[in-house]
Design a protein around this ligand. Structure first.
Ligand SMILES: *[C@@H]1O[C@H](CO)[C@@H](O)[C@H](O)[C@H]1NC(C)=O
Ligand SMILES: *[C@@H]1O[C@H](CO)[C@@H](O)[C@H](O)[C@H]1NC(C)=O
Length: 365
């Protein structure tokens, strides 16, 4: 005879089976996102990701921009694997030099890889990933800046040089990185107008808010946002060899959002910076470390990994040749907290850079 208890157990059995089945459908990394993590779980799972979800964007805050560098070329593969998660891919290819009066030269064009661009920029679900290489000022003197700030001829020469390269190479726009960007309003205005005429976009790199360094005010942000499609805000490298600690304390990241965009309406153009690298502090030095290095250190030293509630980041200590090291490196949990922050405020993301992280980080994007 079947008792009520039997039926009860029977039903529970099916609920459990169903729950197990459904949990397999969610993002692979979800059950690994914890403040308490063990080194074993990183070693065993860091290179696994949910391939069925690799082209589906989960982040809801706004556009996602990711940088790729030729010197960490794993990023080229990550761009291909996860391309549906990204709205902009910015290969770090170009430098801008001022050679003489009204003479600008671009270097780095030899790194442009058209086969790769073709592979990443075909459509995913009717969406096209935009390729917007980064152009960075290099070797500029005070005088060079002075000329560009005061002479409109100089501005127009540089605008022509940049916009010509963009059309020639078929880019969707560019990311511009220069010091003293606050003073380059004419350049930003004219370059923005020119690129928009060509149906291309302009994204500006912005320094984060730090004591003693001048940064954009909210009004300047609003003013410049007329001319550009996004700001890539470098909210990382908060700590240094002089002050070892977290790469991007979560409260500081939040303060940055609020100081640039106290008003909600401008936040769509703010692409919140997120680091995929970490730092190893020892003997008054700070070394940047990337995915490969962190895995080597963890495998060798089996550290106890700790969570800092204040900063929202994981860290650990280890000893090598009698020297004490302390390492801060992103984790699934630290990344998830920042994605949550960006979603809560309605900002986009800018990630430096996808050749440096662990593969399972990208599951969350
Ligand atoms: C690796 O991930 C799986 C599935 O998410 C999990 O069950 C397992 O415990 C993880 N490995 C370790 C050593 O934590
Ligand atoms: C990802 O997107 C594809 C195509 O839209 C869809 O068929 C698939 O079910 C999605 N995967 C997940 C895990 O949501």
């Amino acid at each position: 005879m079947y008792t009520a208890k039997f039926y009860f157990n029977f039903i529970w059995f099916f609920i459990l089976i169903l729950a197990t089945f459904l949990s397999k459908q969610t993002t692979f990394s979800n059950d690994l996102v914890h403040t308490e993590i063990k080194y074993e779980s990183i070693l065993e799972n860091h290179s696994k990701y949910n391939s069925q979800n690799a082209r589906n964007k989960t982040f809801q805050g706004g556009p996602t921009l990711v940088y790729v560098t030729p010197w960490n070329n794993h990023g080229y593969d990550i761009a291909k694997i996860f391309k549906g998660k990204f709205d902009y891919i910015s290969p770090v290819w170009y430098n801008i030099h001022r050679r003489s009066i009204n003479q600008y030269e671009l270097t780095g064009g030899h790194d442009v890889d058209h086969d790769w661009i073709k592979e990443i920029s075909d459509q995913v679900d009717g969406r096209h990933v935009k390729v917007v290489p980064r152009f960075q000022f290099q070797g500029w003197t005070q005088m060079d800046y002075q000329m560009l700030i005061t002479e409109l001829n100089e501005v127009d020469s540089l605008v022509d040089t940049l916009s010509l390269e963009c059309s020639k190479q078929g880019f969707d726009g560019l990311v511009l990185e220069a010091s003293y960007i606050i003073l380059l309003r004419n350049l930003v205005m004219r370059l923005g107008a020119k690129l928009h005429d060509q149906s291309q976009e302009l994204i500006l790199v912005l320094s984060p808010r730090k004591p003693s360094i001048p940064y954009f005010t909210a009004d300047q942000f609003e003013d410049f946002s007329q001319f550009v499609d996004g700001f890539s805000l470098m909210t990382y490298d908060y700590s240094s060899h002089e002050t070892p600690g977290p790469n991007a304390p979560i409260n500081w990241v939040e303060d940055n959002i609020l100081s640039f965009t106290p008003k909600m309406m401008n936040r769509g153009k703010l692409f919140l910076g997120m680091n995929m690298y970490g730092a190893d502090f020892f003997q008054g030095r700070a070394e940047h470390i990337t995915g490969n290095t962190i895995i080597r250190i963890i495998r060798q030293h089996k550290p106890i990994i700790e969570w800092s509630e204040n900063f929202g980041e994981h860290y650990f200590q280890y000893q090598e040749d009698g020297i004490s090291h302390i390492v801060w490196y992103p984790s699934l949990k630290s990344i998830e907290s920042r994605l949550q922050l960006a979603e809560d405020y309605g900002t986009g993301l800018s990630i430096w850079e996808i050749g440096q992280g662990l593969d399972y980080f990208y599951d969350l994007l």
